[in-house]
Design a protein around this ligand. Structure first.
Ligand code: ADP
Ligand code: MG
Length: 321
């Protein structure tokens, strides 16, 4: 088998909590706490979990916007977390990120042409001319070249997100991290942007890390789903498997919250309580405080992700052994 496009090993991203006049570090928010996962070429991993579980921090650490506390992110075999800045800049062309709110991530003072060719100019990657390259990129995302000299505020949310996609694909990346990229859009527009992302994936063999709190969106586009809870992945496997035969009680709870037409839900799991704080996570399995099947062991030992069939599950008490 070929080596994975991205190999993430034991990745931890902790934010220090500072107190007092001397800003002493009194603890850490363990936003990403020991994640190991591979992203293969051409696959879309949907990363799903409640707000605050660390999804954005995970994406930002992969692309280098947050510093990892420990662990590694190997991109085509090279560790991004220890690279010098020149190598990192070269590698950074290959990983792009599309954010939730294209309005705040698109500079309001730049024209669309400037926005989508900024990276090309910086990396010396203009092929024909700035205008010709920008026109081609706009066409790729279904926008007319008339958009070139206009400004972000002149476009609708869906169109702005297309502009964000045009900017991301300009440098022909291998991986695009989409962080809640369609969450702010109406359902019909969401579907159009998802279709665009899927077309581009097929055309350019792109890989995506598709982050969303919304499982019904994630399942539309992902080839695999990773379920995250309080800084850790609790289940990871092929989309069909995760949706039709979830094993972790947290995944079951997420799935029972998503209505599926024509399907009645057996063993419905309704979660009690709020997600605990990442600065003071529960010992043992982090989910035990809300888990309907937790036993004493779960309060003390941390379950590792283990192979169960063709999925990986971090739970001591799943039935299908
Ligand atoms: N810059 C930061 N400084 C301190 N804590 C942060 C920072 N960014 C996020 N956090 C905390 O890290 C945890 C994970 O946040 P985030 O990655 O944004 O989660 P998600 O994207 O799943 O909603 C939360 O507890 C959040 O409050
Ligand atoms: Mg987020």
């Amino acid at each position: 088998m070929n080596e994975p496009l991205v190999e993430i090993k034991n990745l931890k991203t902790w934010y220090p909590i500072k107190r007092g006049v001397f800003a002493r570090t009194v603890g850490h928010v363990k936003a990403v706490d020991d994640i190991t996962i591979n992203i293969e070429k051409g696959e879309t991993i949907g990363l799903v979990g409640e707000s605050g579980c660390g999804k954005t921090t995970f994406g930002r650490t992969i692309i280098g916007l947050e510093k990892a506390a420990s662990g590694s992110v190997l991109f085509k075999g090279k560790d991004l977390t220890t690279m010098n800045s020149a190598d990192r800049k070269k590698c950074s062309q290959n990983i792009q990120m599309i954010f939730q709110d294209p309005f705040s991530s698109l500079n309001p003072r730049l024209t669309i042409m400037d926005i989508i060719t900024e990276g090309l100019i910086e990396h010396n990657k203009i092929e024909k001319s700035i205008e010709a390259d920008a026109t081609r990129l706009l066409e790729e995302v279904g926008l007319n070249h008339e958009a070139l000299y206009r400004y972000p505020h002149e476009f609708s949310g869906g169109q702005r997100q297309r502009i964000g996609v045009a900017r991301a694909i300009g440098l022909k990346p291998d991986l695009i991290i989409c962080d809640e990229s369609v969450s702010a859009l109406d359902v019909s527009v969401q579907a159009q942007v998802i279709n665009l992302l899927m077309d581009l994936r097929d055309k350019y063999q792109l890989s995506y890390l598709f982050i969303s709190h919304d499982l019904s969106v994630v399942r539309q586009i992902s080839t695999k789903i990773a379920v995250m809870y309080l800084g850790k992945i609790v289940e990871f496997g092929p989309t069909k498997q995760i949706i039709e035969n979830p094993q972790h009680p947290y995944t079951k709870a997420l799935i029972s919250a998503v209505p599926v037409p024509g399907k009645t839900i057996k063993d419905r799991v309704v979660l009690k309580g709020e997600i605990p704080s990442a600065s003071n996570p529960p010992p043992g399995c982090r989910f035990h405080t809300r888990c309907p099947i937790a036993t004493d062991n779960c309060k003390q030992e941390i379950p590792e992700l283990e192979n169960k069939g063709n999925t990986q599950v971090a739970c001591f008490n799943t039935d299908n052994d």
